[in-house]
Design a protein around this ligand. Structure first.
Ligand code: FAD
Ligand code: THG
Length: 822
């Protein structure tokens, strides 16, 4: 009989217990779970979690994690006592903005398969009789939400995992990680060593310190959050008992940062309305194992009553029965926040076999645990994880200062109505391109991504809006889609299609892959043929073993043994580094920071660039998807002939210190041609018109290349590569679902992404990317849908409206490639 790896799980909270269960359920039975606290109530966040599970989230992945948690906990009990009480969820609106947002949220629920309905004030009060209907404008009712009894679920999971061979040891603190040759070999504890082939840290808000044991950065911040219980509420007497605890839906009043549940005849109230309260681990209360209980545990700080005062007033308005009640107990409970609110899943980049699964809510715990178990056992999670992977952060985003500030910001904004483009206010200007001063002079409106400042449009182009030909005039937008947008984008798109524009491509992740093994390495990791002449550029895909799309890349062969990879972010760098052969025949270097790039695109691009260069920029001299070293006004550059906006031109790369000069010479030479600087808003519109996919938004590991419409980049004939076998027999004709191009029938309704799409009136898919297509005068949306005929009519649900759209042949602009190849 083959044996499975020895796994040590640090932490017996809801995440660790779920993971032990998921692993042993997959036959990995050699599992030891260690916790510093006593079992089963360890004193971590799980020990006091009130366990509200609201499933719906903007993220498909997070919602699916939650849905799995609900399913799984519904099937668990401890001696007949429930682990999930499906009372439903109700989120109420007390402002018109919130009510609109609940409609948007209902759309997410529909997109991700969670039933939910927006209901009026009377129905809210019927569902939750303590509510004052006068206070609310409506609510989102989600019948499958409810209460997780997290500490009891831990017991159930311990029993089930225990029955399959897992061992749980309490009062055993992990103080060190043993390693040899870059791999974990076990853990040191206060009670001796435990050998292990794999260690998974499920240490909750202790995660940062546990990571430090192997030198791994775990970007989370422990924050305190207030929770109180009232005394008896007259209206609740006799409704519930200690066994059932609650019958009314769990309740949220996000406009006041509050949530509610029943505890038999009392109400529990959680508040995010207070100042952020970061916690240092040295400030945790010391609690002896014997004293550990609901009254005292390390994850509970003393209640600070003054912080709760406004929340209590708001609660008594919303739930008038509370006016006669008192706050009986309260505490400031501790759990983890991260820079983007997502959980942290992944393996240490330095120490193989050391994994983490942290910053996870009870809500997502079973889903996260299943994903981690699948990663360990199968090498891949069926639910895509790019928003959860700890490697998603760039270096600047993992510093203490960044993590502390952004995590506190996330606490403050946790229930805010946030526009998808809404920029953080701080920290800003962490990463700027060499053109930044010029961009500021041109009145750039910057949004931030991964620390980069990216112009979305330039106020300097405002006068062009008046010059726009009638067919380019963009229609007025509704208030929501008009936020963080400007009609100037239409002018920038127009000039790109009719003259020439400069795009700052510096934030595009650039990775140099060099060395005698580089070619074979890239051939193995990607779908394209890489053994081409120096100067070739290849659009290619990195797949996982199941043929799912890990990324789409451009690979430029700049020398026999040196390639420049244009990537989608830090995850690509992490993947390449992990996959690199250990024999030093391949060197991988992130060259993003030291270099910069300008996309010079438009029908006049050649008129702009050629006169500045002694090198041949003609169609024959530098063909489409070819790269060459060149000089532009004396500046050494690498020019790559490709264009994400679908126009003639080049990505022109140079070393960062020459960047501003390069910008200036292109700008000066371009004046007579009407050159403009153009931003991301135009960029996104142009790329959608051209049908170019954005990885992470339009396609992920959940999709194969044929479904995603990038099957042309797969070259099975070239030989072995990761994912090839999984695609055998598949092709463009075999797909049953497809990333589908839609145009909006009314020519004006712009949607933003994540909206549900209805076929024959029934939810059938969801929007990935969307923009107004300025060149075609109509909004464009890409959506995942069952494979349907061109011309099929669908509806997109946008807030409480339905927007008619039509499945269209793509690309919408220049299918013959006449604009690019000339
Ligand atoms: P924990 O339960 O903290 O488990 C981590 C374990 O690791 C602990 O038991 C700890 O003792 C152990 N450990 C740490 N270091 C070591 C070491 N060196 N050696 C051995 N063991 C170690 N979430 C929801 O989904 N819904 C809610 O309604 C909800 N309400 C909340 C209300 C409050 C007041 C708070 C504070 C949190 C709430 N949460 C809620 C969040 C939720 O409680 C946590 O996200 C969740 O419990 C985290 O589970 P975990 O297993 O990761 O962490
Ligand atoms: N530039 C560079 N690298 C990149 C991007 C980029 N890497 C990440 C991301 N963007 C990759 N996405 C695309 C998508 C489409 C194209 C290029 C990069 C593209 N596609 C041609 C097409 O579909 O017609 C490919 C044609 C071909 O394979 O010959 O140009 O923006 N450097």
């Amino acid at each position: 009989m083959s044996t499975t790896p020895r796994v040590v799980i640090i932490g017996a909270g809801i995440v660790g217990a779920n993971l032990a269960d998921e692993l042993t359920g997959r036959g990995w039975t050699r599992v030891t779970v260690l916790d510093q606290g006593p079992l089963p109530l360890t004193g971590g966040s799980t020990s006091h979690a009130p366990g509200l599970v609201f499933q719906t989230n903007a993220s498909k992945t997070m919602t699916e994690f939650a849905t799995y948690t609900v399913e799984k906990l519904l099937g668990l009990d401890v001696d007949g006592a429930w682990c999930f009480n499906q009372v439903g969820g109700l989120e109420v609106a007390t402002t018109p903005e919130r009510l609109a947002d609940l409609h948007r949220k209902q759309g997410w629920a529909t997109s991700w398969g969670v039933p939910g309905e927006v209901v009026g004030p009377e129905e809210c009060a019927r569902l939750h009789p303590l509510l004052d209907p006068e206070q609310v404008l409506g609510g989102l009712h989600t019948p499958t939400d409810g209460l997780a009894k997290a500490s009891r679920a831990v017991v159930a999971l311990m029993r089930r995992a225990g029955s399959r061979g897992a061992e749980f040891r309490g009062s055993t603190r992990v103080v060190g990680i043993n390693q040899a040759g870059g791999r974990v070999t076990g853990v040191q504890t206060t009670h001796g060593e435990v050998p292990a082939d794999i260690v998974v840290s499920c240490g909750g808000f202790w995660g940062r310190e546990l990571g430090e044991l192997v030198g791994m950065r775990v970007p989370l911040l422990p924050l305190a959050h207030q929770y109180v219980r009232t005394g008896q509420v007259a209206e609740l007497v006799g409704r519930n008992d200690d066994e059932i605890e609650a019958r009314m839906p769990i309740l949220r009043q996000q406009d006041q940062d509050l949530y509610y549940r029943e505890h038999n005849d009392c109400i529990g109230i959680g508040s995010y309305a207070h100042r952020p309260m970061p916690v240092r681990l040295t400030d945790l209360p010391e609690v002896d194992d014997d004293d550990m209980g609901e009254a005292a545990m390390p994850s509970m700080l003393p209640f600070t009553e003054e912080d709760f005062a406004p929340s209590w007033e708001h609660s008594r308005l919303l739930l008038p029965s509370l006016r006669e009640a008192k706050i009986e107990t309260g505490f400031n409970g501790i759990f983890s926040f991260t820079p983007d609110g997502g959980p942290l899943i992944g393996e240490s980049p330095e120490v193989a076999g050391f994994w983490i699964a942290e910053a996870v809510w009870v809500t997502h715990s079973s889903g996260v645990a299943r994903a981690v178990a699948q990663l360990l056992v199968d090498g891949r999670s069926e639910i895509e994880l790019h928003g959860c992977d700890v490697a998603r952060f760039d270096e600047i985003q993992t510093t203490d200062a960044y993590v502390d500030e952004t995590s506190q910001r996330n606490f403050v904004e946790i229930y805010d109505v946030l526009h998808p483009l809404q920029p953080r206010e701080s920290p800003r200007n962490l990463r700027v391109s060499p053109f930044h001063a010029r961009q500021q002079e041109l009145g750039a409106f910057f949004l931030e991504s991964h620390g980069w400042e990216r112009p979305h449009w330039y106020e300097a182009n405002a006068h062009l809006v008046d010059e726009l030909p009638a067919e380019w005039q963009p229609p007025a937008r509704d208030a929501w889609s008009a936020m963080f947008h400007s009609p100037i984008a239409a002018a920038e798109a127009w000039r790109t299609r009719t003259a020439v524009a400069l795009y700052d491509m510096t934030p595009l992740t650039r990775i140099e892959v060099a060395g005698p093994g580089a070619l074979a390495f890239l051939e193995r990791l990607t779908t394209g043929k890489m053994d081409k002449s120096v100067g070739s550029v290849t659009y290619t895909l990195a797949l996982d073993e199941a043929g799912g799309i890990r990324s789409d890349l451009t690979v430029a062969r700049l020398a026999e043994d040196r390639f420049q990879v244009g990537a989608n972010g830090r995850l690509d760098l992490d993947h390449l580094r992990r996959q690199a052969p250990g024999d030093h025949t391949v060197q991988i270097r992130d060259i993003t920071g030291g270099t910069c790039c300008i996309g010079v695109w438009g029908p006049l691009a050649r008129d702009l660039v050629q006169p500045l260069s002694p090198d041949d920029f003609s169609h024959e001299g530098l063909k489409y998807f070819r790269a060459r070293a060149a000089q532009i006004a004396g500046i050494p550059v690498t020019a790559m002939r490709l264009s994400y906006v679908g126009e003639l031109g080049w990505e022109i790369y140079t070393s960062a210190e020459y960047g501003q000069k390069l910008w200036d010479v292109l700008w000066e030479a371009g004046r007579p041609l009407g050159v403009i600087a153009a931003g991301r808003a135009a960029f996104n519109s142009l790329r959608l018109e051209k049908g170019y996919r954005a990885w992470g938004t339009d396609m992920t590991t959940e999709h194969n290349p044929y479904e995603a419409g990038v099957g042309f980049a797969v070259r099975p004939q070239k030989g072995e590569f990761v994912g090839r076998d999984a695609l055998a027999g598949l092709g463009d004709d075999s797909v049953t679902r497809r990333l589908t191009c839609l145009t909006v029938d009314d020519g004006r309704s712009v949607v933003l992404g994540h909206e549900p799409v209805l076929l024959d009136g029934r939810p059938a898919g969801y929007v990935t990317s969307a923009a107004f297509g300025h060149s075609i005068g109509t909004p464009v949306a890409y959506a995942w849908l069952p494979a349907v005929e061109i011309g099929t009519s669908v509806e997109i649900q946008y807030f409480d409206r339905r927007v008619r759209a039509t499945v269209s042949a793509e690309p919408l602009v220049d299918p013959e490639m006449a604009r690019i190849r000339r």
